[in-house]
Design a binder for this molecule. Sequence first.
Ligand SMILES: NC(=O)c1ccc[n+]([C@@H]2O[C@H](COP(=O)([O-])OP(=O)(O)OC[C@H]3O[C@@H](n4cnc5c(N)ncnc54)[C@H](OP(=O)(O)O)[C@@H]3O)[C@@H](O)[C@H]2O)c1
Length: 276
Amino acid sequence: MSTVAITGANSGIGLRAARQLMDAGHRVLALCRSVDRARAALGPAVDVIETHMDDLASIERAAAQVADAGVDVLINNAATFDLGMKQRQTTAAGDEYVWATNHLGAAALAAKLGPALAASDDGRLIFIASKGLVAMPRIRIRWDDVDATTWYTPTKAYYHAKLAQVMLAESLAQQWSPRVHVTALRVPAVRLDAEKLAAQPRLQRWLYAPKNRAAAEPDAVAQTYVALATGAAPASAYVDESGAPCALPRFARDEEQRRRLLEVTEAATGASFDLD
Ligand SMILES: NC(=O)c1ccc[n+]([C@@H]2O[C@H](COP(=O)([O-])OP(=O)(O)OC[C@H]3O[C@@H](n4cnc5c(N)ncnc54)[C@H](OP(=O)(O)O)[C@@H]3O)[C@@H](O)[C@H]2O)c1
């Protein structure tokens, strides 16, 4: 049985994955920003570690607790995608909020937990990407302005950060192999929980409704999380919802761009991707 740390385990796919893992007898460390909401969703006995993915100090504290508990798998599931966030926002550290939460936070947590994962007999790290990238063949990392001061929309910021997650996974899959097995999962459109949908602006709710009806069930995609976390290790560092290898976004195939992302991410987070 494995110990699996999963961020954003209180709702959506993360919640279903946490429940499935617990039902299968694995230990789950639920890294959530609201301890109360995590306990309400997963039950009072769950191990919850308060973690704010937009706050590097919070991530450092959480990583220390996870490492103390012992961990085999980290699933970097939490992400923000709020179409109502029309204006660019920044964290206390001054980073653009979506970049900070969906890329820098996930990257910092991975870096901090890398040595603990490497100490496991079967250490695994899973990043969550989005199938929406397939429709954006020209997407690239905006090196001149990663914090989106000149180009922000919630959608652009979201996919920019997801591209970075794919690139980071590809780099770490090479750098950390064979000590830690690293994968990025390309998630298709998945039905949002009712309360998440209700939190969107009225127009967005209306626009999103048909897509939400046609979307995959979170429980089905959660099964792939569980398979990647605890089943046979996949042969590819980038897989689709059925666990099959899929093609990297064009920009992510460029090794030089990936190396640059590692440097930019280490500089922004102060975290190192060295395992030793
Ligand atoms: N749903 C889709 O169609 C779809 C498609 C492609 C990829 N994905 C990806 O799949 C993953 C799960 O998405 P989902 O659909 O399950 O969404 P969700 O229900 O909105 O879950 C997102 C989770 O992330 C947490 N989170 C957001 N910002 C945070 C922050 N600053 N600090 C800590 N936690 C934070 C949320 O916590 P709170 O509950 O406290 O807000 C929530 O637990 C995400 O990486 C998403 O980008 C989803």
